[in-house]
Design a protein around this ligand. Structure first.
Ligand SMILES: Cc1cc2nc3c(=O)[nH]c(=O)nc-3n(C[C@H](O)[C@H](O)[C@H](O)COP(=O)(O)OP(=O)(O)OC[C@H]3O[C@@H](n4cnc5c(N)ncnc54)[C@H](O)[C@@H]3O)c2cc1C
Length: 450
């Protein structure tokens, strides 16, 4: 029986560990924190369950949905029957909608784009043309990765308004970067797989329970039932090559999967294990996400979420159910991606900025009293998907026998998402099971994804 250590209990490590345990390996999962789930976790505050940040997924996140099935929690998420995003303006009344019909892609978005009220008619026509051109971008080419998404949009006739009210509305939330700061290849992955290739791909899903319950707690149960040993509060400080295997704190393993963030991987990887330029982890970098949590004394939001334009509020979600907040009140989480400018802003200043902005988007909130306002900050929420960042994203197999990598930041082609993390875990498990060695080709996520 192959003995495998998986280091890191986020979605990537959980996926790899489960796949390996299911394949009859003897698996130890070593996680530094007291719980599993990594960047998707929850805590309690004043009797409410709070997620560290709102998470959504799309119907095209097939690997993530498969993981939910394996964890037995698929009934604890909601997936829209049909994509529908209400978009409100901080300046003008009315609701714009990004939604689909049942036509084959990309026609399924045509009527919504043609009537999208936050763009002029000329901007809508230009947006349709650019969307069709986006469908033809070669997302796997290195030249595409080197280009900026913002530069491509400008070259395809998208003015500042179209970028703000349409492309970045989706782009900032999925890429965690502004268009000018994002690789065209990563953006094309999101728009092609999410919006342009399949009619139902962009239907949005979200958890109906706290993320901790959906991922970390369910994974602990599933891993234990599959015979894996989960060790919490078990930080790995080093790996020793024992010739034909690896040792961690004196325990011997045939294989190790490092499913930790880039900076931790760079510290733990032996010299020459990956062919990346020196300083690759710093060069890849990270990008922050801030969530502002607002509890109102009454209901103010009549849909599960809204997106905002002409507003500092990017997206706002109804969190009343998941947090176990009383139905007389309403708990709304404002999600702010690519939040470099806000990550260190004091809570009082965020409140002054965001509560009036939310009231502008939600007329029903005009007279509502704010009972609680607090903020969660994730400084290293995702890697920075900058132009040419692909060269800092290694594949699952390394140059060292028995050493494998996973994590949303590895070479999945996706931005840092739950889907990317799960795909990377699948690729790492495949790398272990194919007993890949330096002479064999590297395992890429394309080899394992369905
Ligand atoms: C606020 C926020 C909002 C987000 N929104 C979305 C969204 O809407 N949709 C979406 O798809 N994605 C979203 N993401 C991204 C998504 O959460 C991540 O891409 C994904 O969870 C990363 O999983 P991972 O397993 O690759 O990494 P991580 O979750 O970072 O897991 C790595 C684990 O390794 C552990 N570790 C590190 N070093 C060691 C060590 N030496 N020894 C042992 N353990 C170690 C860490 O404690 C951690 O548990 C969001 C992220 C954040 C922070």
């Amino acid at each position: 029986m192959r003995r495998v250590a998986v280091v890191g209990g986020g979605l990537a490590g959980i996926t790899a560990a489960l796949a390996l345990a299911d394949a009859d390996c003897s698996v130890d999962l070593l996680e530094r924190r007291p719980k599993l789930g990594g960047l998707t976790h929850s805590f309690q505050r004043n009797g409410r369950w709070i997620d560290n940040g709102q998470h959504v997924f799309l119907r095209c996140c097939t690997s993530y949905l498969r993981l939910l099935d394996r964890l037995g929690v698929r009934d604890q998420v909601h997936l829209q029957q049909r994509l529908d995003v209400p978009v409100r303006s901080g300046r003008y009344g009315g609701v714009g909608r990004i939604r689909r019909n049942r036509m084959p892609a990309p026609l399924h978005l045509g009527p919504a784009l043609a009537s999208y009220r936050w763009l002029s008619v000329a901007e809508r026509v230009a947006a349709v043309r650019a969307a069709l051109a986006m469908g033809r971008v070669d997302r796997t080419a290195a030249e595409t990765d080197a280009q900026s998404f913002g530069g491509w949009l400008a070259a395809h006739g998208q003015d500042a308004r179209a970028v703000e009210a349409l492309w970045e509305l989706i782009g900032i939330a999925t890429l965690n970067a502004r268009a000018d700061d994002a690789s065209l290849a990563v953006a094309a992955t999101v728009f092609q797989l999410g919006l342009l290739e399949r009619t139902d791909a962009a239907d949005i899903g979200w958890s109906l329970v706290p993320l901790q319950q959906l991922h970390g707690d369910a994974a602990l149960r599933a891993l234990t039932a599959a015979g894996a040993e989960v060790r919490l509060q078990a930080p790995v400080r080093g790996l020793q090559d024992n010739g034909g295997g690896w040792s961690i704190e004196g325990e011997r393993y045939d294989d190790v999967v490092l499913a930790v963030p880039p900076a931790d991987a760079a510290r733990l990887l032996p010299d020459g294990a990956v062919e990346l330029p020196a300083g690759w982890a710093e060069a890849l970098g990270s990008s922050p996400i801030v969530n502002a949590h607002v509890v109102f004394d009454r209901r103010v939001l009549d849909t599960p979420f809204i997106a905002g334009v002409d507003s500092p509020v990017q997206w706002a979600f109804d969190r009343t159910l998941q947090s176990a907040t009383s139905e007389d009140e309403q708990y709304v989480a404002i999600s702010l991606s690519a939040a470099d400018g806000l990550i260190d802003t004091p809570v009082a200043d965020l409140r002054e900025l965001l509560v009036p902005a939310l009231r502008q988007l939600l007329p029903a909130a005009a007279d509502a009293r704010v009972k609680e306002f607090f903020v969660t900050r994730e400084r290293h929420a995702t890697f920075r998907p900058a132009p040419a960042s692909g060269r800092f994203r290694p594949v699952a197999s390394t140059n060292r026998a028995g050493l494998h990598l996973a994590g949303a930041w590895t070479a999945t082609g996706w931005p840092a998402t739950m889907e990317g993390a799960v795909r990377s875990g699948e690729a790492a498990a495949a790398s272990v099971l194919s007993a890949s060695r330096p002479s064999t080709p590297a395992v890429r996520f394309e080899d394992t994804a369905s």
